[in-house]
Write a protein that binds this ligand. Sequence first.
Ligand SMILES: [Fe+2]
Ligand SMILES: [Fe+2]
Length: 410
Amino acid sequence: MKRQILFVDDDSNLLQGLRRMLRPMRTQWEMAFANSGQEALEMLSRSRFDVIVSDVRMPLMDGVELLTHIQKHYPHMVRILLSGQTSSEKIFDAVGPAHQYLAKPCDAETLKATIERACALGDLLSDDNLKQVVSRVNTMPSCPSLYLQLRDELAQEDASIEAVSHIISRDVGMTAKILKLVNSAFFGLPRHISNPGEAVLYLGLETVKTLVLGVQIFQQLENSACQKFSCDTLLTHSLLVAEYAKKLCQLATGDTRMQEDSFTAGFLHDVGILILATQIPELYQQILSYGETHLGSSFVEAERDILKATHAEIGAYLLGLWGLRNSIVEAVAYHHNPSRNIGQTLCPLVFVHIANVFADEVHNGYPVEGSHSQLDAGYLGRLGLADSVPIWREQLTCVSPVTANPLEAE
Ligand SMILES: [Fe+2]
Ligand SMILES: [Fe+2]
């Protein structure tokens, strides 16, 4: 099925250029071009689109206003902003409504790759209602104690960048959001950053202060309607998986970038649970209670039965929409069933999958995620790791748990 893409720019020459540049994509994409926000809205009222790519600066209705409207009325769509010279005020406005930002002029390959990747994400999550739930998420809620610590630190005259990055890197929601921001074209970064501490250093204290205290990019988690959900438990598990994933990667390869990505993917692997518990808490509660009436069924089976998708795919869909690196999105998407991934080489997915099982063994099951996860023996065998896993288990889990409680860790 062809994907429907809508491009919006008030500069007719630029639209003509896009039309020419993207002509080879006609077999895969149905493309429409609008000269203004108003024209785009008229087109949207007549036809369905999957992706919108809009300029920021346009008269009457600018790109940020347009995407804000689309976020509300067409939440299934992927929203991409193309920005030229933009004031920092506009950047901060766009933090919410845009899934991704690209810098103008944007070459054909980057634009194609970004749109194709966004379209491919749709295959990960086929249910339109779930897509809408995820697509509406502007920011992931943060653990209340860490959120208050961060606000207190930033409000101080002598706020320390080390303390700020330490707090942000211990919270799943803040980590995901800061990585989305720092890797957007607005900040013109020459390479991808997947370490939240580095992201804070790059943005600088003043920008982080504006983003947190002014624009309020982070949100404190209100009491979840799901009583069984505990933010502290999720963070403890996430940090343990992150640390195990990094150590496993260190044991298997000297690739330091893969080690860093394994840590971040491990930390974010259950971000989908945060989405379930905060966006659709009633369903999450049902999933947790499923085992009472379906004895022996796992948490993931309950999710498949009730949602037709799992927290893994839901989390990966969000991180993909936010433009995080593919290897991280893949690791999150398939951490419970890595065989579903096409690649059969060492990558963060391998280590996050094993780390998640080891962490469950150490913590005797993970209450937020239900029963024990299982190792995918066939997948590990195909990678030649069958003999290594028991040795790694011995090396990692026989030492005392890495961090008992991230909220107390220094
Ligand atoms: Fe999981
Ligand atoms: Fe997990």
